[in-house]
Design a protein around this ligand. Sequence first.
Ligand SMILES: Cc1cc2nc3c(=O)[nH]c(=O)nc-3n(C[C@H](O)[C@H](O)[C@H](O)COP(=O)(O)O)c2cc1C
Length: 376
Amino acid sequence: MHNRVCELLGIEFPILAFTHCRDVVAAVTRAGGMGVLGAAGHTPEELDIDLKWITEQVGGRPFGVDLIVPAKYVGKDEGGVSRSELRARIPQAHRDFVEDIMRRYDVPPLPEGDGPRRGGGDAAPMSYDQAVPLMDVAFSYPIGLIVNALGSPPPDMVARAREHGVKVAALAGKAAHAVRHVAAGVDLVIAQGYEAGGHTGDIATMVLIPEIVDAVAPVPVLAAGGIGSGRQMAAALALGAEGVWCGSVWLTTEEAETHPLVKQKFLAATSSDTLRSRSKTGKPARQLRSAWTDEWDSAASPGPLPMPLQPILIGEASVRIDRAAKDLSSGAGQLANYFVGQVVGSMNEVKPAARVVLEMVEQFIDAVQRLETMMG
Ligand SMILES: Cc1cc2nc3c(=O)[nH]c(=O)nc-3n(C[C@H](O)[C@H](O)[C@H](O)COP(=O)(O)O)c2cc1C
């Protein structure tokens, strides 16, 4: 395929894969798309290991890194507040609610020495302070793209990218966000609609893409949210996007390190089985509905705390659930869930990531040819 996104990023197909799994990054990149490693939850040491491995795997093809520096979070206006200080601000009622869920669902405590991974020392999760050491690692590798989620990339991210010849992108759920990202210096806007897995706004992809394409022209746009097939890719490109950015579809690939029970739930889920919930991160994020999201929506819930207090509150409970979730009948199995978009309804088979890319290209060609036959 040939278009501005292929040229800008030096890739064969304008298909970008957001994933936390380095094997998916390498597989998609080798298949001619571009894998982008979601690194917000990595420690700098883990990121270093993963980027070294990916660099060795992809034979010089470009890949990317995605970080989260939100436009708004608790502590930002105070110049950055540490994780331990933020932890002290969590109300007792919220701690009790989480412990009560663990007790009612019979989720065992963690063995001695086990616990949530922690990067960036005492920096708060999903904060600028946590992202800086990750940027240091990312820019020491031959990445082709750096992406920011939940806000415009901070000035030093853009400046360092320019210095290293790295392209910059950011996710937008509204045209106004996209315009701000362009003013901040991005080379690409990722227009992500309501259907998407993870943090997402309330405007559907079908409406959002043309709005953003028009608002930021001539800056190229990638379409995200609900794209997992070549037919959806053709629709996105018809709306004016010049590439696609997919997240959910990789979660049931052979390479994905999705929790086995959650992978099983995804394969069985329909497109009605997701919802937006603030119960994981404090901001609305689409995920599979489970006993966890139901508990936070129940009358007894004190309501989720804002980012990053909620992830600090639930960090250990999430690890406890993941460790104990072995089957659907256990309490932990009922609670277990993960971020995923409405496209989960079409994710019914485990496939290699490269096959997802190539099927998407084949279906795209079929869709375009079918449309062409409608012309006189
Ligand atoms: C499991 C999961 C985690 C995500 N985490 C992030 C993230 O850390 N940073 C980010 O930019 N986007 C994140 N997203 C959103 C994706 O980048 C992407 O925009 C979205 O998945 C596209 O919609 P889709 O899920 O319908 O493919 C996440 C999505 C999923 C499914």
